[in-house]
Ligand binder design. Structure first.
Ligand SMILES: Nc1ncnc2c1ncn2[C@@H]1O[C@H](COP(=O)(O)OP(=O)(O)OP(=O)(O)O)[C@@H](O)[C@H]1O
Ligand SMILES: [Mg+2]
Length: 265
């Protein structure tokens, strides 16, 4: 069986400099794959090469066996790629409801189909339903990320690409995440506690990724710097350095030693 997404020896230049030096990787249906690496090694450039925001210089990219590397970003989105870029890509002056409707309108979904899509997003991120009339700009970092992921899911992608979904949530909190997930199951955390809220958001993002994985309907390619988050949600990993993949494998092979050699600053 062939991979859902396959990159073969992809090279990408930015402003005359070679940024990707032959990136090869695969994502299979139903899989969560983490793309890791230190700052500036080319993770975002890899994602932008896949989505078409950066033209590639050589190599090939296929989605479900079809070459996509010469297609426009729009055509790649229609072919089944959902993308949540690094940072907060939502409309701050529109409400949650309006932000989601923009997603539906852009992709021409209405009526029953739109409602089914929205219900799926609300099931994954209940907080969005509770805060429908809240403006995007006043949401916390984690809530904005949930909105951005929710909006990308409205296109019903085959492959969901997330660039640092935990960005904007305090690092110390993501580090405690494994612990927190257990605690969330066994105790009630006060909502007034801002730290607890942040923890809950990180847990919700992770929970959503896990739920999507269980549904098995889509694959996820995730850029993420937090090792524990990756260990929790990913099936496999690739680590990059200076524009190329240096090591990859099952997530179980992402040992502390590998982290030390390939990922730590
Ligand atoms: N618009 C740009 N103009 C010039 N150089 C760029 C541009 N975008 C990225 N680069 C360079 O390309 C390299 C890879 O950048 P990229 O954003 O892909 O890294 P990254 O692994 O996503 O890093 P981070 O973890 O900081 O997000 C970096 O050296 C960066 O300086
Ligand atoms: Mg990046």
């Amino acid at each position: 069986m062939s991979a859902l997404l396959e990159l073969q020896s992809v090279e990408t230049d930015i402003g005359g400099s070679r940024i990707l030096r032959g990136v090869s990787l695969e994502v299979n249906s139903g899989e969560v794959v983490a793309l890791m690496g230190r700052n500036g090694v080319g993770k975002t450039t890899t994602l932008r090469s896949i989505t078409g925001l950066r033209p590639i210089r050589s190599g090939s990219i296929t989605l479900a066996g079809q070459r996509i590397d010469r297609m426009t970003p729009d055509a790649r989105a229609r072919a089944g790629i959902g993308y949540v870029p690094q940072g907060r890509d939502i409309f701050p002056h529109l409400t949650i409801e309006e932000n989601l409707h923009v997603g539906l309108v852009v992709h021409g979904r209405r009526g029953t189909e739109a409602r089914i899509m929205l219900d799926r997003v609300f099931a994954l991120f209940p907080v969005l339903k509770e805060m429908l009339s809240r403006k995007g700009g006043v949401l916390s970092g984690g809530q904005q990320q949930q909105l951005a992921i929710g909006r990308a899911l409205l296109t019903n992608p085959k492959l969901l690409i997330l660039d640092e979904p935990t960005e904007g949530i305090q690092p110390s909190i993501i580090d405690q995440i494994g612990d927190t997930l257990k605690k969330l199951k066994t105790s009630n955390i006060s909502e007034k506690d801002a730290t607890a809220q942040s923890r809950q958001e990180a847990a919700e993002i992770m929970g959503a990724v896990t739920t999507l994985k269980k549904e098995g309907a889509l694959a996820i390619l995730l850029v993420e710097q937090y090792v524990d988050f990756c260990r929790e949600v990913a099936d496999r990993f690739y680590a990059m350095d200076r524009g190329a993949v240096t090591i990859s494998g099952d997530i179980a092979s992402l040992t502390d030693e590998v982290v030390k050699v390939h990922l730590q600053v």
